[in-house]
Ligand binder design. Structure first.
Ligand code: PLP
Ligand code: CA
Length: 302
């Protein structure tokens, strides 16, 4: 197999990487955990990097939970991470609307789960849809006319295990009939670890369904969009040239890191295998790659 045009993380490379950055941005699934299972060596890695004075930030495309819910998940896995250190695509959707002065009198229709509803409400927006609409059924009779709320000014689509035809139609009508209605996607990941044992269809599949029905592309707020980085930089005084993005997916994490000027480290503990990294048709390469974050501990102690 050809060597990818990026370097394997060696002891020297690990030392110079740590010396050249003030912060590590960690993707979550495939780096910190797989579904609900902690990846080996994560607590030791976090402890060592914090001892070295590094700021740790967590950036996940999984929209199912809010920052508060993720902080609870970290704690349940024995990791102390505050809400302020967590950036989720659900939070990104709420912050996107806030920064774009979404009118408070307008509503948001959500094709997604509780995390999106919670973040939107925390940001002061009126929203509906979500799991509730998963129970709704429609009868496709000849004279059936689907009524919708004309005050919906944005539709947010994320991972939705209750996705159905009703929601697809609600989203479609709002986007195509309400003047100026925004179409926002939390992320476009094709798959995700809904369970630790397996990968499942990701938010990208729901986004694709809605996008096809309205013949429009969404505004993506999660990785690889740089929106979350712009927002993150408002919270911390950090420079992207002194940050390292650690992720397991090339077209979200590594692309996000590269387009925001971070150093990038791909870990093979998640969805990208070494043959995939070495595939000649792949045109996204991290600066460095290694098996898992635990290697940082082993290499830095050499
Ligand atoms: N979206 C969903 C629904 C997922 O289940 C996952 C991974 O489990 C992701 C996105 C990707 O999350 P991350 O950005 O933390 O890898
Ligand atoms: Ca990941």
């Amino acid at each position: 197999l050809p060597t990818p045009p990026c370097g394997l993380l060696t002891a020297d490379a690990a030392r110079s990487l740590v010396d050249s950055v003030d912060a590590f941005l960690f993707d979550c699934d495939g780096v910190i955990w797989k579904g609900d299972k902690l990846i080996e060596g994560v607590p030791e890695t976090m402890e060592l990097l914090r001892k070295m004075g590094k700021k740790l930030v967590f950036v996940t495309n999984n929209s199912r939970k809010s920052r508060r819910q993720y902080s609870k998940k970290f704690r349940s896995l024995g990791l102390e991470v505050t809400e302020e250190e967590i950036f989720t695509s659900s939070f990104a959707a709420a912050m996107f609307l806030k920064l774009n002065n979404f009118p408070p009198e307008k509503k948001v229709y959500v094709v997604g789960e509780d995390g999106i509803l919670e973040e939107l409400k925390l940001a002061g927006f009126e929203c509906f849809g979500g799991p509730e609409d998963g129970k709704k059924n429609i009868k496709l009779e000849a004279d059936f006319y689907f009524e919708h709320d004309k005050s919906v000014g944005a539709v947010v689509v994320g991972l939705d295990q209750y996705f159905n035809y009703y929601k697809m139609q609600y989203a479609r009508i709002c986007i195509s009939e309400n003047p100026g209605c925004l179409f926002i996607a939390t992320n476009r990941d094709p798959t995700g670890h809904m369970t630790s044992a397996q990968e499942w269809p990701g938010a990208g599949t729901m986004v694709a369904a809605v996008s096809c029905s309205v013949q429009k592309e969404p505004i993506v707020v999660g990785k690889p969009s740089t929106f979350l980085m712009d927002f993150l930089l408002k919270s911390f005084s950090l420079e992207t040239s002194r940050m390292c993005m650690v992720g397991d997916r090339l077209d979200t994490d590594i692309l996000f890191g590269q387009s925001t000027g971070c150093k990038t480290l791909l870990v093979l503990s998640g969805c990208t295998s070494l043959p995939e990294l070495q595939d000649a048709s792949n045109n996204i390469y991290p600066d460095l790659y290694t098996n898992s974050v635990y290697d940082l501990v082993e290499l830095l102690q050499k």
